[in-house]
Design a protein around this ligand. Sequence first.
Ligand code: ZN
Length: 287
Amino acid sequence: MRDFSKDHRWLSLNTATVRKQGDLVAIIEACARHGIRAIDPWRDQVASVGLERAARAVRDAGLELTGYCRGGMFTSDAAHRIEARDDNRRAVDEAKALGAPCIVLVVGGLPQYSRPGSAVSKDIIEARNQVHDGIAEMMEYARGANMRLAIEPLHPAYAGDRACVNTTKQALDLCDALDPKRSGALGVALDVYHIWWDPELLSQIARAGKDRLMAFHVCDWLVPTRDILNDRGMMGDGVIDIKSVRAAVEAQGFAGYSEIEIFSEEWWSKPMDEVLRTCIERHRSVV
Ligand code: ZN
């Protein structure tokens, strides 16, 4: 396992971590100030400064990307299916322009939440079928752009509104079904927040193997968690044994960045430089 205690060269910043403190250009400037070498930007942050300007800022700062957040939300009623497809195609085009290695997929929960305006459904089995078909369709387009797709399983608390793929096993079952030859086109983005509790986690990480481990996200699980979406903890403030999960992914050969992704009203209320200083310190001590 790599030693992170001496420097933060393998720290990537998911830009949602400081989304309320500044726009994407300001975040990129802050990364340069703090010697952060990689980011994973969100589509809305890119859109608000403009794709071209965002791509130029990334290039000028010499930043690497560890992903692009996010594609997915495949579940919808029939009237919204084309919208979902086209939206994901645009995500591929943007990811390509930005130089991202993969698109992180949050696959969608029930249609009325994933694609607002869709007819109300309680059929989670059908939602999961749509996810399968939606990824298959997106893969065709992504293949043409040589863009990889990384399914991010989300904690089961999000099954209704954000993602009906809730375990690493489920995500890998989709990989096996849709890319049985392991072409490298499809894999997983593992986020400790979503998966730390899973009794099958270590065996599923071993099953994934290096080629399907496309991204590794870190933060912490606070006890109690007051808001499932926006009360993530800074690494070290919660109960996740982050090092043991990193050891498991690195044992498979994963040698990429540890991407810090914290959605937190508390951390959004602090100055950007203070948040980044804390991220760097915790990356060295507890990641
Ligand atoms: Zn994540």
